[in-house]
Design a protein around this ligand. Structure first.
Ligand code: XMP
Length: 510
């Protein structure tokens, strides 16, 4: 079934993926594509509406991102946001002005009569992040919103269905911003709201059933949300023809390996092979302290173990990959500098004998993947699982990885997770975990001297892991975590809390 679709043209602003997610949250499918997408392609895509995102440029700069003015003649509603609204004004004969200082933050706004602002409180708050602004609107356009600094914070031509807003409705600091986007989609573009995750599951299972009938399918299961949801979705369609291989490198958190087996094999009845390779990994890591070497060893070893299991299964028709939409968008942008060599299942295809890759989640954002997981009956502990690095606890133990340190880390980390959940903070914190540092300090327990590695706690808030801030966990929660760790965990005598943001730090310590 073909869904109604909105096209979000990407001009390079920081909130662009967020705009696309907000559109999807309103029950309308959309794609985020580069602003260079040709007018023919746009026509072919047949969107019910087009959104121009923000971006860092000024429309008068040489080489600034541009669109073919024909886009305004297609009869498709357009909403320009921030840079996008300046571009609308500029292309249609209005004027863009340059302010002396950048405006960033909340701003008071007054809305006038407009379909875009239907049902919105007249005097309101919006979120601004810009330097240039629209000084004069094109002829035929009406000003529909003003702030102290922007004479045309909103403008539109209701007949042509072309609108511009200087502020960011996608950022939740813009009060009723979701309603503004909804108005654009439903009142202006005529959206029906045919994008829901229960529809997605039903449609995908039908498609996959046809495609996979009688075929052998293989999936590498890591315990992470994406591979878990991809495998479960495929299992609905392929049943016993799907085999999942779970390489247990012994570097998972407390209880995780058991949970993978109990959920996917015992509860969902999947063909799950658990390759217990913990000893093999520990042996390979013996005496290795350098983070990049550890990552490399784990990545290579992982592939070897998987390859051995895949060989036992023999040739398969399809290999399932848990690729999701942000990976698809990012891969279109070229490689950025390698800060850490990430380990994931991306290296598998070359070692598996298969005919084709299937990526059933490649159109979904992470929050949609989680919803699909819930639709498929996966428990919260799987669906809400925090991001977890492929090399696992090995990069949360500074220096050499030993069984003893793994044990200490698992126990400390478990207490941290338990207390964060008890305090009801688990959904607002992006990632939280313990780290064993390579610094040893003296402590006193009973009357005896102890000498143990410092345990650090790391908890960050983030939207996409590209940037992150340290989480302001209340002192009493930190106190409980610290007390419990030093009392309940062996080899723990000192706990510190990491208060660095990313950048300059990274989320993981190695
Ligand atoms: P950093 O430490 O670079 O981490 O700020 C950003 C996000 O990526 C996760 N991470 C990894 N994920 N394989 C993965 O699949 C890896 O090797 C890896 N290293 C870091 C990290 O947990 C955070 O969410």
């Amino acid at each position: 079934m073909q869904h109604q679709r909105v096209l979000v043209l990407d001009f390079g602003g920081q909130y662009n993926q967020l705009i696309a997610r907000r559109v999807r949250e309103q029950g309308v499918y959309c794609d985020l594509v580069p602003f260079t997408t040709s007018i023919e392609k746009i026509r072919e895509y047949a969107p019910i509406g087009i959104i121009f995102t923000g971006g860092p440029n000024s429309v008068y700069e040489a080489g600034a991102p541009d669109v073919d003015a024909e886009i305004f003649e297609l009869g498709i509603p357009v909403l320009g946001i921030c840079y996008g609204c300046q571009l609308v004004a500029h292309k249609l004969g209005g004027k863009v002005a340059h302010a002396e200082t950048r405006e960033y933050g909340k701003s008071e706004i007054e809305y006038a009569e407009s379909l875009l602002f239907k049902g919105i409180d007249k005097n309101n708050i919006c979120w601004m992040s810009h330097t240039d602004y629209v000084g004069e609107v094109p002829s035929g356009f009406h000003i529909t919103a003003t702030t102290k600094t922007c004479p045309a914070a909103g403008f539109g031509d209701a007949e042509k269905k072309i609108y511009g807003i200087q502020f960011h409705p996608e950022v939740h600091h813009t009060v009723q911003g979701d309603k503004i986007l909804r108005n654009f989609l439903y009142e202006i573009c005529g959206a029906k709201g045919d994008w829901t995750m229960s529809n997605f599951v039903a449609e995908q299972v039908e498609i996959l059933k046809k495609k996979l009938a009688g075929k052998k399918v293989l999936c590498a299961m890591s315990g992470g949300v994406d591979s878990a949801v991809a495998a479960t979705l495929v299992h609905r369609a392929a049943g016993d023809n799907l085999t999942c291989v779970f390489v247990d490198h012994g570097l998972l958190r407390k209880g995780e390996s058991e949970e993978v087996v109990s959920v996917f094999r015992d509860k969902l009845g999947m063909n799950l092979i658990r390759a217990d390779a913990s000893e093999r990994f520990l042996k390979k890591l013996k005496g290795i302290a350098d983070p990049e070497t550890k990552r490399k060893i784990i990545g290579e070893e992982f592939i070897k173990v998987f390859e051995a299991e895949a060989k036992k299964i023999g040739a398969v028709d399809y290999l399932v990959q848990g690729t999701i939409y942000p990976d698809v968008i990012e891969s279109g942008k070229g490689a950025s500098a390698v800060i850490k060599s990430h380990h994931n299942v991306g290296g598998l295809p070359s070692v598996v004998d298969f005919k084709e890759i299937i990526e059933p989640l490649r159109d979904l954002f992470k929050d949609e993947v989680r919803k699909v997981g819930t639709e498929l009956g996966l428990p919260d502990s799987v669906v809400e699982r925090q991001p977890f690095p492929g090399p696992g606890l090995a990069i949360r133990i500074m220096g050499e990885v030993t069984e003893e340190k793994l044990q200490t880390l698992r126990d400390a980390d478990y207490i941290l997770r338990e207390e964060i959940a008890k305090a009801g903070l688990n959904r607002e914190i992006w990632q939280y975990f313990a780290v064993i540092t390579s610094t040893y300090t003296v402590g006193v327990m009973g009357d005896a001297r102890t000498y143990e590695p410092v345990i650090a706690l790391r908890a960050v808030t983030s939207v996409d892991a590209m940037t992150a801030d340290w989480a302001r966990i209340p002192y009493d929660v930190l106190e409980r975590i610290s007390n419990r760790i030093v009392n309940e965990v062996e080899h723990a005598n000192r706990i510190v809390y990491d208060i660095t943001s990313k950048p300059p730090a990274t989320i993981e310590w190695e």
